[in-house]
Design a protein around this ligand. Sequence first.
Ligand SMILES: CC(C)(COP(=O)(O)OP(=O)(O)OC[C@H]1O[C@@H](n2cnc3c(N)ncnc32)[C@H](O)[C@@H]1OP(=O)(O)O)[C@@H](O)C(=O)NCCC(=O)NCCS
Length: 160
Amino acid sequence: MVTLAPWSAADFWLLERCNSPEMTAYLGGPETAEQLVSRHARYVENAFPGQMCVIITAEGNAAGSIGYWEHAEAGETVWETGWAILPEQQGKGIATAAIAEVAKAAAAEGTHRSLHAYPGVDNAASNALCRKAGFTFQAAREFEYPKGHWMRCNDWSLEL
Ligand SMILES: CC(C)(COP(=O)(O)OP(=O)(O)OC[C@H]1O[C@@H](n2cnc3c(N)ncnc32)[C@H](O)[C@@H]1OP(=O)(O)O)[C@@H](O)C(=O)NCCC(=O)NCCS
């Protein structure tokens, strides 16, 4: 139903669209122009284990972003994932399908046993999405995202 395309130099507009107050309500609010530019550069450069991706629908439209990267969790390194679906593409099962694809990609790396997501405790949509996508609730904890911004998040884990 969806495919994942590695982040490219042409995808900056997607970060801009996902930087609205509504889309970042549970992520600490919109980032500055400088923060967005450096986020885009990190994604394009891809000098980290994992990959940020654009979610492409069956019709060939960019519907949002998803990715996976490493995160240290209680002394163990795990894969972490995070997502954003453009408002006009929400409610069509796209995030559920994209999570299945990102889990396959993370599993194919063969390095870590689980994929975690950390939605804010008040983010009803993303918490419901984690449950639907097969993640198991672990615990609520303080979590830093983005850097310098601490929020209370639920730790969800999916065995790969
Ligand atoms: C959360 C978000 C990713 C959902 O994407 P989506 O493609 O619309 O999700 P899906 O259509 O795959 O929905 C899957 C499940 O999520 C839950 N869900 C989705 N939107 C919801 C909402 N607004 N309220 C409550 N539950 C919701 C439902 O359980 C749904 O299953 P159902 O359709 O069988 O009821 C999207 O709303 C979004 O991008 N929000 C802003 C950014 C954000 O919060 N990112 C997450 C940071 S962790």
